[in-house]
Design a protein around this ligand. Structure first.
Ligand code: FCB
Length: 448
């Protein structure tokens, strides 16, 4: 059995997001977000579930932090809900919102855990959506103002900042595919929203530097891997388009200040164009201190005329699949991060999310024997180790998620936690995967 040791300074952590765990949707002066509107719209979320209560972490954060401490993590990634800080998106500041996150941050620091904050994990104030949301350029200014407020409030306490979580989801999944809030279906809208979020990211990094905030700032893109099914030029091109939609479309502007031209042309044939204003691309490509990557899955793609946006169909080749129907393809994590390093250079990389959904059962003594999730983590840790060995600057790993939570359009049925949430009592029960990760952290490695 080979022993895989991780560097002593490797950052182990777990991740969550405000709307998925906090609940208390109407407390503490919080304004409504697009996810309140969306989840309360019949037919949008499985089972009609909403984040009104979620895991009630707004009230139970101390319990959550105790779980983190026992787990032994060095860092905790959470998100700040913009509508708790500016209930209307702009205008009046809600001090109670800042106070809530101060309590969380202070409790994390007291527990010896580094807070890592995401500024935008999808809960856009509804008041801004009413004016066009991210398709309206003035949302960018509102975002930078909000970012400035939290930077100043937590300067010196939060030392790792992520501007956006998964700009692909914010833009295309939400505004082109209509699956996430605000649930719109328009290619041009997706392209525009993506661009505005990228500009907002760049301006926020500039603001961070101008204010002299201590710590590091980066962004998180959700990358995947689409392998061509055969070597035929049609398959290769189809898989390339499909992959570039999630990868290069976001990574190229972030690092190179350009969009992948072949996809720009492809979108043009579908009537969509990027609304670039002078200076935008330079703004986007601010130097960042790290890149966050959320990785879950990969697939094989084959050319098929009129299949999806890219004439590319997903081919099943026999991977095990999770309860989300996502392929378990750990090698794709290796391929993706290798590619990131080769294509975009030596910027430190953090896996800001990785994990798996399975249909857990609670035993009578409140245990969850989640062998499949544990195996998923193990396989991906092995790939992380391989990446580090091969010289990829992978600095940390945040498991998604600390606890089962509101899985967006899938509601509560889809569990990703390493801690089980009993939605009747809101009790938390660590799963076997939690104890597995606890051991890996304690030993700074694992037997492969
Ligand atoms: C990612 C999201 C995260 C969670 C996982 C399963 O796309 O960032 O909030 O829902 O998927």
């Amino acid at each position: 059995m080979a022993r895989l040791d991780f560097p002593k300074d490797f950052v182990w952590g777990t991740a969550t997001a405000s709307y998925q765990i906090e609940g208390a949707a109407k407390e503490g002066g919080r304004g409504p977000s697009i996810w309140d509107t969306f989840s309360h719209t019949p037919g949008k979320v499985v089972g009609g579930d909403t984040g009104d209560v979620a895991c009630d972490s707004y009230h139970r954060y101390e319990e959550d932090i105790a779980l983190l401490k026992k787990l032994g993590v060095k860092a905790y990634r959470f998100s700040i809900a913009w509508p708790r800080i500016y209930p209307q998106g702009t205008g009046e500041l809600n001090q109670e919102g800042l106070d809530y996150y101060s309590r969380v941050v202070d409790a994390l620091i007291a527990a010896g855990i580094e807070p890592c904050a995401t500024l935008y994990h999808w809960d856009l104030p509804q008041a801004l959506q009413d004016q066009g949301g991210w398709a309206n350029r003035s949302t960018i200014d509102a975002f930078v103002r909000y970012a400035e407020t939290v930077f100043q409030a937590f300067d010196g306490k939060i030392k790792q900042w992520i501007t956006f979580n998964e700009t692909w989801c914010v833009s295309f999944l939400s505004n082109t595919l209509g699956i996430h809030a605000p649930g719109l279906k328009d290619l041009q809208l997706g392209v525009t929203v993506a661009h505005h979020c990228l500009v907002a990211h760049g301006l926020t990094v500039q603001k961070f530097r101008a204010l002299g905030i201590k710590g590091e700032i980066g962004t998180t893109h959700n990358l995947g891997w689409c392998e061509p099914y055969t070597n035929s030029p049609e398959d290769v091109e189809a898989a390339r388009r499909s992959r570039a939609w999630g990868n290069e479309w976001f990574m190229d502007p972030t690092f190179k200040g350009t969009y992948p031209q072949f996809l720009v042309e492809w979108f043009k044939t579908k009537g969509a164009e990027v609304p670039i204003q002078p200076g935008d691309m330079e703004t986007i490509a601010q130097k960042i201190d790290f890149i966050g990557i959320n990785f879950y899955t990969g697939n094989y793609g084959r050319y098929k005329k009129n299949e999806g946006l890219f004439d590319c169909e997903d081919v099943q080749v026999g991977f095990d699949r999770t309860f989300m129907d996502w392929n378990v393809y750990p090698e794709a994590l290796y391929k993706t991060l290798k590619w990131v390093h080769e294509e975009y250079g030596d910027t430190p990389i953090y896996i800001t999310e990785n994990g798996a959904c399975y249909d857990d059962t609670l035993t009578e003594d409140n245990r969850i024997h989640d062998e499949l999730r544990t195996a998923y983590f193990r396989k991906h840790f092995i790939q992380c180790h391989r990446l580090i060995e091969s010289g990829v600057p992978l600095k940390g790993y945040f498991a998604w998620s600390l606890l089962d939570n509101f899985e967006w359009a899938e509601g509560y049925r889809k569990r990703f936690g390493i801690v089980y949430t009993d939605y009747e009592t809101l009790a938390r029960h660590p799963k076997d995967s939690y104890y597995f990760i606890q051991k890996v952290i304690a030993e700074s490695g694992l037997d492969a």
